[in-house]
Design a protein around this ligand. Structure first.
Ligand SMILES: NC(=O)c1ccc[n+]([C@@H]2O[C@H](COP(=O)([O-])OP(=O)(O)OC[C@H]3O[C@@H](n4cnc5c(N)ncnc54)[C@H](O)[C@@H]3O)[C@@H](O)[C@H]2O)c1
Length: 570
């Protein structure tokens, strides 16, 4: 069924969770058709929000990094919208068990905010909510139509059902044109592949591409409905144009596939990796619904929609996409740190409101990625890290320390902020790693001279007030022949110098003068290289960094505006 582009031209559209897999794909199509799109996304690290997803349309949309739990913000954004696609979510049914309040806050109250705002400020808008097949629970019949009883097995699904009821209520009571889509197993390009808590096709693809082993719980014979992103986007667009208010629609594919067949298709297309069957973990099994296959008669009748993409074609498209872009979707493979931060904050600050707690959590989460690739970088330089004595100076949340401890190094972290020290200890415990975190000033460290093989200093040089004393301490506690690595941020072709390391404030460089300056700094301080693990969003910076990296002779897979000074003690 062709989309009526005229219908979308000039329409004001709000997409919540629009930096995620489905939201961004929808956004790109809407922009192509001339809609005026606003995206709100909280970019919470556990989920699939990724600014790279929106790169091609970023200059044509209004992007707000914000949370649907922020009522005032939502009220402002909803005003004047014609279409609202409410896709933001805590997406993992597994995590909804451990994070019940987070799930309720986002997946319940968050949507209430959007619906209330629509009632008050955009009462003529069409509101579309993305629900899940999981609202059905254990299945009595297959294929499953919309009338099948709903007995959800997880808090995630209970809250999805709750919002379905809100939708019905807002339609019946206030005449707001609400619609609900129950999605089965979506897959496709722009899907996160950070962890295995939802969107398994993406996760498996990553395992296979990295030559790993895909684990299948039980025999994997359960039938599933895998739905490719292009079909989902088309369905959402048709709904916006032709869907009926107050209705619930199943989407589903035409192919019946077992879980194992999906895994086989991934392995076949990727041409590397293998599979292994393991017993069901207890709490996963409790959520298992058995075979699922959607009856899509209603959506076909009302909208003329049916899925077109078969699983092999869809997976082939994903393989092509992730061959190019995989690094941008799997920066973090471990969500346990975020869970530890949430847990710690909830326990320690139980007396704060949910909103204030979330603010604290967000501040901590921002620090999570900083320096996470450092252990790999040091390993490249000095070989095995086993039993090496490492000092993480200015250890913050301890993320750098964690990286070293995982590689069996003997790690000490030292930090001036007491709260960060206890949070780092908590995270290390959650990861079952032994790290000694010490609360102390950085310009007078409680260690004898010549103690450490490696000293790491991530983003301290640019914020410490007495740099000379700090660098002096680093050199003192370092063994001779030991190596110190200090990184500091560079922004948009500018290197941020601390006045005490170098004269002058922030400097701007052309490509030519930046290269000259890098060489100059290398000869003064030891080996200077540009690290590479966080993506720069700005193509101008990318060009500069690429050029600089090629001059120093380093590869560039993903680039970060970060300078790293490497010093070897004589
Ligand atoms: N992927 C699946 O397996 C699946 C299955 C059925 C239904 N769904 C539903 O489809 C929708 C889109 O999911 P997706 O697959 O694109 O996942 P995704 O993780 O890629 O996208 C979800 C987006 O919501 C954002 N978000 C989370 N909390 C937010 C908040 N409080 N405020 C603003 N933004 C927030 C995230 O940052 C992310 O960008 C969700 O409602 C999800 O529950 C997904």
């Amino acid at each position: 069924m062709a989309i009526n582009k005229d219908f979308f031209r000039g329409k004001n559209v709000l997409i919540t969770g629009g930096a995620g897999f489905i939201g961004s794909s929808l956004c790109i199509e809407l922009v192509k058709m001339g809609s005026k799109v606003t995206v709100i996304d909280a970019l919470l690290p556990l989920y699939g929000g990724n600014l790279f997803n929106l790169e091609e349309v970023m200059d044509k949309i209004k992007f707000i990094e914000g949370d649907i739990r922020d009522k005032e913000l939502v009220n402002n954004l909803v005003k004047g919208q014609d279409l609202i696609f409410d896709l933001a979510a805590q997406v993992s049914y597994i995590d909804s068990r451990d994070l019940p309040f987070l799930d309720f806050d986002i997946n319940g109250l968050g949507h209430m905010n959007v619906l209330e705002a629509a009632r008050l400020y955009a009462s003529n808008a069409t509101y579309i909510f993305s629900s899940s097949r999981l609202v059905y629970g254990k299945l009595l019949t297959n294929p499953v139509n919309e009338e099948h009883p709903t007995k959800p097995l997880s808090l995630y699904a209970i809250h999805k059902l709750l919002v379905e009821r809100y939708c019905e209520y807002y339609f019946k009571t206030f005449g707001l044109k609400t619609m609900v889509v129950r999605l089965p197993n979506p897959y496709g390009v722009r899907q996160q592949m950070k962890h295995n808590k939802y969107s398994l096709v993406g996760w498996f693809l990553r395992q296979a591409m990295e030559g790993g082993t895909i684990t299948i719980f039980g025999d994997g014979k359960q039938a599933r409905d895998y739905l490719y992103i292009d079909d989902i986007v088309e369905g959402f667009l048709l709904l916006a144009e032709k869907g009926r208010g107050g209705e619930v629609y199943n989407m589903g594919s035409k192919e019946k596939m077992t879980f194992v067949e999906m895994v086989d298709a991934v392995l076949k297309e990727v041409k590397s990796g293998k599979k292994e069957h393991i017993p069901w973990p207890e709490h996963y099994e409790k959520n298992e619904t058995g075979d699922y296959f959607a009856d899509t008669t209603k959506i076909k009748k009302h909208l003329g929609w049916e899925a077109k993409t078969d699983l092999r074609t869809g997976i082939r498209k994903m393989v092509d996409y992730y061959k190019e872009n995989r690094g941008l979707y799997s920066l973090s493979d471990d969500s346990s740190n975020e869970l530890a931060i949430r847990d710690y904050t909830n326990k320690k600050y139980y007396y704060l409101s949910e909103v204030d707690k979330e603010r604290l959590i967000k501040r901590s989460l921002k620090k999570l990625k900083v320096g996470s690739g450092t252990a790999d970088y040091v390993k490249e330089i000095i070989g095995s890290l086993k039993d090496k004595k490492i000092l993480d100076a200015g250890s913050g949340l301890g993320i750098v320390s964690l990286g070293f401890a995982k590689k069996e190094a003997n790690v000490t972290g030292i930090e001036e902020d007491k709260i960060l020290v206890s949070l780092a200890q908590y995270i290390a415990q959650a990861n079952k790693l032994k790290i000694n975190f010490i609360y102390s000033g950085l310009t007078s460290m409680p260690f004898p001279a010549n103690t450490f093989d490696v000293v790491i200093s991530i983003d301290v040089l640019n914020r410490i007030s007495n740099c000379q004393a700090y660098l002096g301490e680093i050199t003192r506690v370092l063994k001779s022949g030991g190596i110190a690595i200090a990184s500091f941020p560079t922004v948009a072709g500018k290197i941020l110098y601390n006045r005490e390391i170098n004269v002058g404030e922030t400097k701007s460089y052309s490509i030519h003068s930046l290269n000259k300056e890098l060489k100059n700094m290398s000869s003064k301080h030891g080996r200077l290289i540009l690290n590479q693990n966080v993506l720069s969003k700005n193509s101008g910076i990318k060009r500069v960094m690429k050029k600089a990296l090629s001059i120093i002779g380093l590869p560039h897979t993903a680039l970060l505006p970060q300078a790293v000074l490497t010093l070897i003690k004589k």
